[in-house]
Each structure stands twice: as structure tokens, then as C-alpha cells.
Write a protein that binds this ligand. Structure first.
Ligand code: ATP
Ligand code: MG
Length: 799
């Protein structure tokens, strides 16, 4: 009864209440950011379950990200408990994978099909572009991939496209051939690319109506969040699922194969009820085929649909909302809706202009630490950027400043097998005692070294009391055949050469690029790269590109740390790849692109790189509606913040190896000046007229004092923990002198132990997490606060 729903409906405003309790075939909820759209969707599901109007298995809820799906599932679980099990709450992609795994055998795939991520399909397309000599027609892998993806989102295949295309144009003919070939190869590989997951499910439903009917009978309530970002294929999928089911013609030979006198029919069924929620101001995926018209034409597609508008924002303070309203108001061609909040004005927005992206990153790290000291958990803070490549500068400073962070929706670059192999090579040089790494590369690339040989090496090493690595230097004594001896000898020679380069004998100072050089040498002379290049597997091409990128990371490292050693490099990488494991009770700062941020909220938000060419992005300039979509993206970014919003930019930015001068984004001028408190404004920087180093010195002096700062009424930041520059800290590693890397690998540490750190002084170990080379000590330093240290190489001793 309604009594049961009291807690579900508590605190809802009248419009929200209407949306949760409406019952009918179709419901559209349109409203601005933070007005409770997702909350209403969640409560609506709970309400349907609580009132027994639906079984969990009859509910299909679509969210935009896996994270959002997880949160919605958890929230419904809190509201209705056990009854929440068995619902499908997932993204379009995961729902389709689930359906395809069950049904793909209907059209010639097996259950174990592979999913090509965009890198895998790029590699395949690259090969096809080459085979078809398509560059002669100006076709690049990127352009072909983009066009194929767009067409698939429109549910077009190469044949339907060819019917409309101008096939007398040779470039069009080649494109169509590549498109057709690409599909053939995917099928041969028993693989779907990302777009296929949706498109092929629609195809499945259309080609096999009986299959579709089973899902139509199953899902009686379909709810879609972020509907403004559905593309045509997703729209079609929803349409297929919400079709009425016509009564089945009776099967006279039903199950038992004997004629039954009154055969049972499957009854007719009305289409599932559909609820969609969205905000056309947050439509940010037009470049991927998202179509706002899916919202604006909802009432036409679903006659009699109920429409609910929400206007109160429950997320942000009024200052943040006013900035958001002002920015989005600059988009023409939209219905004006003014969000309001009763949470008070709140703090002003903080603006900051750095000299470089490193300077900007330092500001973010300082601010994060200041907020943390003031009591805000790291998990309540988020840093946004427009492009993934911007994250590296931020990560570097965060690592150095010991700010725990995690990258959301990143590529998991360091988890890729080839990157792990490359790391194993580096580790085999840096720390030959790390047997796991040496074993990992023993037969990578294939050298004919199998388990038997591996065991023989290990036994010999044991007998002689030497390391596994050193045993490789004595192949003739291992009791293995001449071919294998030669293979081992070769690996040993490569490692020895790289060691001489990267860890030169005492007195010699290696060049700054030593890590990148050593890495290139290892990958080349081991035959690892050659083996990938010789392979015909398109995934191997993607692997070569990833390794190139990894070498570029090492070169970047050299630029930023001229005295950095291989150990320093491995530290950075280990901490990056372990970022997610660094989670503790105080959590981590979340880093992500503005696209990924959609639907999320945080107490404090840092929107970084607020510069022309980044936001709005350079590529949007020539696109119709591009700058407007970028403005919506910026609107999405700033409306994630509950209490604190920071907008930052850099005056110069290095990208693709070039340093360029950056201009403040036009969107900054759209924010009323009185809402922003500039800690260091572009004007401020210019009026100082000082040199970069002078200004930087002023900054290092602590805070943002000086005349410029005062003029803007700036309070200096609390002094942050002194972080020893990497180059100085690393002088403590004795490897330059002795050829040995500091290795605390055996240091036993446990909670409660007291230690001394060369820079941070004395502290007490709170906890030890991770394993082996990646063990991390969480140490509460008496003066420097909580830090996380990679035990293996941290300059610490037990007291
Ligand atoms: P977005 O457009 O960013 O996806 P949204 O419209 O989905 O936002 P929600 O995320 O559902 O908004 O809600 C924003 C915040 O407001 C959440 O923290 C939510 O718990 C809170 N909220 C929503 N409705 C109410 C309410 N009636 N009373 C109090 N808080 C509410
Ligand atoms: Mg939402």
C-alpha cells in the first residue's frame, strides 16, 4: 500500500513525486543538471519493486557508465533490499554483450566472441587502408574508423551505404571496400567492435523476431538515464524492445510432438513501459552520433507520453549554478530553463592561471592538499580535463606530492601485456634480483625456452648460490642444448648491454634520456618489437603503437627529470599503475575527462585546461554546432561541483612535443566576474612583467603573495608539505656510484612500526598494502602527515 512507499517518497518535491508515481506507457523527464533526474529514476524502480508491480527480472535500466550502473544498483538495493537482485542495470554496451553472448549463435558467432576495443579496430583498419592503398585517396585509418563508426551508429552497413554513395568517385569505392572487408575480418575473427555490440543486437532483434519477443516479454519496464546522448542505434534498440508482442500463432505440435486439441497460445502483450530522463543542455556525444532529437521527438514517437519538468537543483551552491546558467545561456537554439538552488551562495569560484601545465598541476595539488587538511576527503574531489593526454602532467605532480588519485575511464595503459613485458625488461636491468620479471621475459619474444629450461636455470642458480639472472650468463653450464644455449646467451647479452648503458660504472654520468634509450635498446635487440611487427595479428600492431607511446613516456620523463634514473622512472610507473590500489579509507582524488564526468558529483571540482583549443577543443571549430557542444561539455563539467569549483589554465602548454602559447577559453568571459576569485589571473601575470623564474620563485616562497596577489584579495595558501624535488631525492639512491639500485625489497614492515624517512622524518606505519615489489607503506609522519611510500625504493629505515 502507499504506506510502504513513505520512505521512498519522502523529501521529493511535487514534480519529482509525480515522476516517481506516474504509471503509464511512456514518461519523459527533462530537467537541468542536478535536479534529481537520476534519483527519480532510481526511486521509480524501487517503487515498482516495492509495490510488486514488477519483478526485478522485468526491469531493464540503462545508464551511461558502468560506474553509474553500480551506483544505481546499490541505491535500489538500499531501498528495497533483496528484491533488487536480478534486475538488469547496465550500460547499453554491457546489456547488448549479455544478449549477444546468449544469442550470437543465431547468426554465426560463438558465445566466446572477442570485443575489439577502439585500439584493436584501429589497428585492423590501418592494415586494410594499407592493403587497399587507400592513402592515395586521402583516406587515413582515423578518418575511415570515424566514418565506419558513424555509419554503424546510423545502422548502416557497407551495402546500404553504397546504395546512397556516389560510387563513381574512386575514393568512395575504396572506402566501401574497406568497410566491407573490415566487417568480413571481424566476423572471421569472431569479433564485434564497440559499435557492433549495439548495431548487431538491433540486427538480431529484427532478423529473429522470436528472439526479440523473449526479451520483450521479459523486460516490462525499461528506464534510460542520459537519454539526450543516445544515438540512432540505441534509439532503435529501445524501440525494438518496447514493441508490443503479438499473440503467437498456436503451434499445433506443441512441446510433446503430438497434436493437441486446444493448443496453448502465447498471449498478446502491450509494449513495455518506457521512462527516459535527460537534459538537452548536457548532450555531449553528437560527435559519436548522439541525437538530441531523440528527446525532442519523444512525444511524437510515444503518443500520450507524460512529460515532467524539474527545476530545483539540489546539488550545487547558487554561485556555481549562476556560473553554469550564464555559460549555457550563451547557446542559442535552446529552451531557457533557469535552475535555482536553496543551498545558499557558497564560496566563490576559484580561478588560477599557471605558467605551464606543470604550474597549473601544482596549483591543483596544493589546493587539493589544503582542502584535505581542512577536512574534505580526497574521494570528494575530482579533477577534469578535456583530453586524456592532459592527465600526465597532473599525475606527475600528484605522485610527487603524494596525493592519492585514480584515473577514471582511463585506458588501463599499464595493465596491457606488452607494457608489462617492457616493464619486466626494465626491471630485469634495474633490479636483476627480481626473478619474476626475468622469468617473465625469458621466452618473450619466443626463443624456444620452455618450462624445462626455466627449471634447469633455477636449479643451477640454486646450486651455485647465484641469482636467476646471473645464471643466464653461463648458458653452457645449464645442461641444455646448443640452440637454447645460444638463445639464453643472446638474452644475457642484451640485458648486459642495457645494464652498461643504464647503470654505468662509477664516475660516469648517464645522459638524461638514459631510460628511454635503454628501453628502446631492450625492445629492439631482444627481438620483441620485430616479433610483433612480423605478426599478422592486428592486435600486435596496436601493441607496437603502445610500446612507442611507452618510449615517449620515458622521453617525457627525461625532459622533466634530467637526472632521473631508471629507479625513479619505475617508481612513477608503479604508482600510476597501482593508483586504484592506493585507495584507503580517505579515498583518492578522481581524475577523468569531462565526458566521463557526466552524471557524477563531487564536493570540490577542478576543471583544468580552460583554454581555447582545449575547451572549446580545436577539432570542434570546424564542426557544425561544435562550439555549442563544447559549451555544453563545459556546463557538464562545472555542474558536477557541490561546494567548490576551481577553473584553471596554463599560459603555455606542451603537447605532442611542442610548446605553444595558450589563450584563456572564451567560456571564462561568459561567467560573471563577481562570481570568480582569481588567485592568479592572466592579467595579473602580465602586469607583474617579471620573468617566469622570478614569478615562480615568488610562488615557491609559499602562497601567492606579492602585490598581484594582494590586489586580488588573495589569502596565501597554507604552506604545503615540503616535497623534495625528485632530482635531489634521487641523489640518495646509490646506484650512480655503485651500480646498485636501492632495494628495500626485504624490509619487513608492519602496522605500528616506526620508521625514519630521509625527507619526511620519523613516522609510524599505519598499514602495508600490495605485494612484492609493489608493497606500499601507509605512514603517518609526525610532521609531514600521511604519505604512501613504495617500500622497495623509499629512502626509509626501520627504527
Ligand atoms: P545530472 O543532470 O548531473 O545527471 P540529475 O538531474 O541526475 O543530475 P541527481 O544526480 O539525481 O541529479 O541529483 C543531484 C543531487 O541532488 C543528488 O545528490 C541527489 O541526492 C540530490 N537530490 C535530488 N533530489 C533531491 C531532493 N528532493 N531532496 C534532496 N536532495 C535531492
Ligand atoms: Mg543524472
Amino acid at each position: 500500500g502507499p504506506q510502504d512507499q513513505d520512505d521512498l517518497l519522502a523529501g521529493l518535491n511535487p514534480q519529482q513525486l509525480a515522476a516517481v508515481t506516474y504509471r503509464g506507457p511512456a514518461l519523459l523527464i527533462v530537467a537541468g543538471a542536478g535536479s534529481g533526474k537520476t534519483s527519480v529514476l532510481t526511486r521509480r524502480i524501487a517503487s515498482l519493486l516495492r509495490s510488486r508491480e514488477a519483478w526485478p527480472s522485468q526491469i531493464l535500466a540503462i545508464t551511461f557508465t558502468n560506474k553509474a550502473a553500480g551506483e544505481m544498483r546499490e541505491r535500489v538495493g538500499q531501498l528495497v533490499g533483496e528484491a533488487a537482485r536480478g534486475m538488469w542495470i547496465s550500460t547499453f554496451h554491457s546489456a547488448c554483450v549479455r544478449i549477444l553472448r546468449r544469442e550470437a549463435e543465431h547468426f554465426g558467432f560463438t558465445k566466446s566472441f572477442t570485443i575489439y576495443d577502439s585500439g584493436d579496430s584501429r589497428a585492423l583498419i590501418k592494415r586494410l587502408v594499407k592493403e587497399h592503398e587507400a592513402d592515395a585517396y586521402g583516406l587515413t585509418p582515423a578518418s575511415v574508423q570515424g566514418r565506419i563508426s558513424k555509419l554503424k551508429n546510423e545502422l548502416q552497413d557497407s551495402e546500404s551505404y553504397a546504395r546512397d554513395a556516389n560510387m563513381s568517385d574512386p575514393a568512395e569505392r575504396v572506402f566501401v571496400e574497406i568497410f566491407a572487408d573490415y566487417q568480413r575480418r571481424l566476423r572471421k575473427a569472431n569479433a564485434f567492435d564497440f559499435d557492433d555490440l549495439i548495431g548487431q543486437t538491433v540486427y538480431l532483434f529484427r532478423a529473429f523476431p522470436k528472439v526479440a519477443d523473449t526479451y520483450r516479454r521479459r523486460f516490462r519496464h525499461i528506464l534510460v538515464d542520459e537519454y539526450q546522448d543516445t544515438n540512432h542505434a540505441q534509439y532503435a534498440l529501445i524501440h525494438e524492445l518496447t514493441r508490443p508482442v503479438s499473440a503467437d500463432a498456436p503451434d499445433p505440435y506443441a512441446s510433446n510432438g503430438m497434436m493437441i486439441f486446444e493448443p496453448e497460445t502465447t498471449p498478446e502483450l502491450a509494449g513495455a513501459s518506457l521512462t527516459v530522463v535527460g537534459d538537452s543542455d548536457q548532450s555531449i556525444y553528437a560527435f559519436r552520433g548522439a541525437d538530441i532529437r531523440n528527446i525532442s521527438e519523444f512525444e511524437r514517437d510515444f503518443p500520450g507520453a507524460k512529460v515532467v519538468l524539474l527545476e530545483q537543483n539540489y546539488r550545487s551552491t547558487q554561485n556555481i549554478l549562476s556560473a553554469a546558467n550564464a555559460v549555457i545561456g550563451h547557446n542559442f537554439d535552446r529552451k531557457d530553463k533557469k535552475l535555482w538552488s536553496d543551498r545558499g551562495d557558497g564560496d566563490k569560484i576559484v580561478g588560477f592561471t599557471g605558467y605551464s601545465q606543470h604550474d597549473e598541476a601544482q596549483f591543483v595539488a596544493d589546493e587539493v592538499e589544503a582542502l584535505h587538511r581542512a577536512g574534505m576527503p580526497y574521494s570528494e574531489m575530482a579533477v577534469f580535463y578535456r583530453t586524456n593526454s592532459q592527465s600526465r602532467a597532473l599525475e606527475e605532480i600528484f605522485i610527487r606530492s603524494a596525493v592519492p588519485y585514480k584515473i577514471m575511464g582511463g585506458t588501463k595503459f599499464y595493465e596491457r601485456a606488452e607494457i608489462k613485458d617492457a616493464l619486466a625488461y626494465l626491471i630485469s636491468v634495474a633490479n636483476p634480483a627480481d626473478e619474476m620479471s626475468v622469468r617473465r621475459i625469458l621466452n618473450k619474444p619466443r626463443r624456444g625456452i620452455g618450462d624445462v629450461t626455466e627449471t634447469a636455470i633455477a636449479r643451477f642458480a640454486d646450486d651455485q648460490g647465484i641469482s636467476f639472472r646471473d645464471a643466464l650468463s653461463m648458458p653452457s653450464q645449464l645442461g641444455v642444448g646448443p640452440k637454447i644455449q645460444a638463445a639464453i646467451g643472446q638474452l644475457d647479452a642484451v640485458l648486459t648491454e642495457a645494464t652498461a648503458l643504464m647503470l654505468p660504472a662509477s664516475g660516469e654520468v648517464p645522459p638524461p634520456t638514459v631510460v628511454a634509450d635503454g628501453l628502446s635498446l631492450l625492445l629492439a635487440k631482444s627481438g620483441y618489437l620485430d616479433a610483433l611487427r612480423a605478426s599478422r595479428d592486428p592486435q600486435d600492431e596496436a601493441r607496437v603503437e603502445n610500446l612507442d607511446e611507452f618510449v615517449a613516456v620515458a622521453r617525457d620523463f627525461a625532459r622533466n627529470n634530467p637526472e632521473g634514473t631508471i629507479a625513479d622512472f619505475l617508481t612513477e610507473v608503479a604508482l600510476v599503475s597501482d593508483a586504484d590500489d592506493l585507495d584507503d579509507e580517505s579515498g583518492s582524488v578522481s581524475m577523468m575527462t569531462m565526458h566521463t564526468a557526466k552524471g557524477l558529483e563531487f564536493d570540490a571540482v577542478f576543471v583544468t585546461g580552460v583554454e581555447e583549443d582545449l575547451i572549446p577543443h580545436r577539432i570542434s571549430a570546424g564542426e557544425p554546432g561544435g562550439p555549442q557542444e563544447e559549451r555544453r561539455l563545459f556546463y557538464v563539467g562545472i555542474t558536477r561541483a557541490r561546494k567548490r569549483l576551481h577553473l584553471s589554465l596554463a599560459m603555455t602548454r606542451a603537447q605532442f612535443g611542442e610548446v605553444s602559447v595558450a589563450m584563456p577559453s572564451r567560456f571564462l568571459q561568459e561567467i560573471p566576474a563577481e562570481l570568480v576569485d582569481w588567485r592568479q589571473s592572466p592579467g595579473d601575470v602580465n602586469s607583474r612583467g617579471g620573468t617566469q623564474s622570478r614569478a615562480l620563485n615568488a610562488r615557491r616562497g609559499g602562497g601567492f603573495g606579492g602585490s598581484g596577489g594582494d590586489r586580488f584579495g588573495v589569502k596565501p595558501l597554507a604552506p604545503r608539505d615540503r616535497i623534495t624535488p625528485l632530482s635531489t631525492a634521487m641523489d640518495k639512491f646509490p646506484n650512480k656510484v655503485t651500480g646498485k639500485v636501492r632495494d628495500n625489497g626485504d624490509l619487513e614492515l608492519a602496522a605500528g612500526d616506526r620508521i625514519r624517512h630521509d625527507d619526511f622524518g620519523e613516522g609510524r606505519v599505519d598499514a602495508v598494502t600490495g605485494e612484492g615489489a609493489k608493497r606500499i607503506a601507509h605512514v603517518r609522519f609526525d610532521a609531514a602527515g600521511l604519505k604512501k611510500l613504495l617500500i622497495k625504493i623509499a629512502p626509509i629505515e626501520k627504527l
